[in-house]
Design a protein around this ligand. Structure first.
Ligand SMILES: [Zn+2]
Length: 237
């Protein structure tokens, strides 16, 4: 939540379920907010198990394995993320924030869904009937201009009400924030210089220079005036 660049960490096993390990702390990102969960390894001095996915169930982060678990409660472990996958998610996720902001500013579109995964990600926009070549080219060029500005991406925590009014006053998207359970008292705000700000629990890069260039792919209709746009990234050289 505070440092997206942690690749390895120490922790203690606090529970072992049929298919997962629960740790006292973790850097594994659990699937959510449209982003896939982290993969990686959890090991002790003598054993190592592969984590094939990470999911949140009833408030606990489950590090999911296949087969039988050779680790047990109270063991001190080392966690290692599959950094290639995670870093790609960070690049794609941050790119999606910028794409969404660009479409909000220039076409008054709202982001109503997203899926962040390696290689190809997507987001859904409303109201959008068609995404023709001319618009696609304008959006792709516009987003790439923003990415090339090497903008810093900041992360901070704000009390719930303060966050909602701050984002609203600045004209950023707030529609879904009221739907976040009232038990969430603090929002995590991701700012991309002063171009964009959003409440988001996902993982992001520290600067847009890490993203490279966006390539907008095909799009399709996914409901009344709702359109899904696919995109990929060309890594920086
Ligand atoms: Zn995000």
């Amino acid at each position: 939540m505070k440092d997206n660049y942690i690749r390895e960490f120490d922790a203690k096993i606090v529970d072992v379920t049929e298919d997962s390990l629960i740790l006292d702390r973790t850097a594994f990102y659990p699937e959510g907010g449209g982003q896939i969960g982290d993969k990686g390894f959890i090991s002790t001095d003598s054993d190592r198990i592969e984590i094939i996915s990470t999911k949140k169930r009833e408030g606990r982060v489950h590090h999911i394995f296949e087969g039988e678990c050779i680790l047990s409660n109270d063991q001190i472990i080392k966690g290692e993320l599959d950094w290639a996958q995670r870093y790609e998610c960070m690049r794609f996720h941050t790119a999606q924030h910028i794409l969404s902001r660009y479409l909000q500013l220039h076409f008054n579109l709202e982001t109503v869904g997203n899926q962040i995964k390696c290689g190809k990600s997507r987001a859904d926009y409303y109201p959008l009937e068609s995404f023709h070549e001319e618009m696609k080219e304008k959006v792709q060029n516009g987003v790439n201009d923003i990415l090339a500005q090497k903008l810093d991406v900041g992360l901070r925590f704000m009390p719930r009400d303060e966050a909602i009014s701050y984002l609203g006053e600045k004209g950023y998207q707030v529609r879904y924030l009221e739907m976040v359970p009232k038990s969430v008292k603090e929002f995590r705000i991701i700012s991309i210089s002063d171009y964009d700000a959003a409440s988001c629990a996902g993982t992001h890069v520290a600067n847009t220079r890490e993203i490279g260039e966006i390539r907008l792919g095909k799009s399709k209709n996914v409901g009344a005036r709702k359109r899904r746009i696919y995109f990929s990234l060309i890594p920086p050289t």
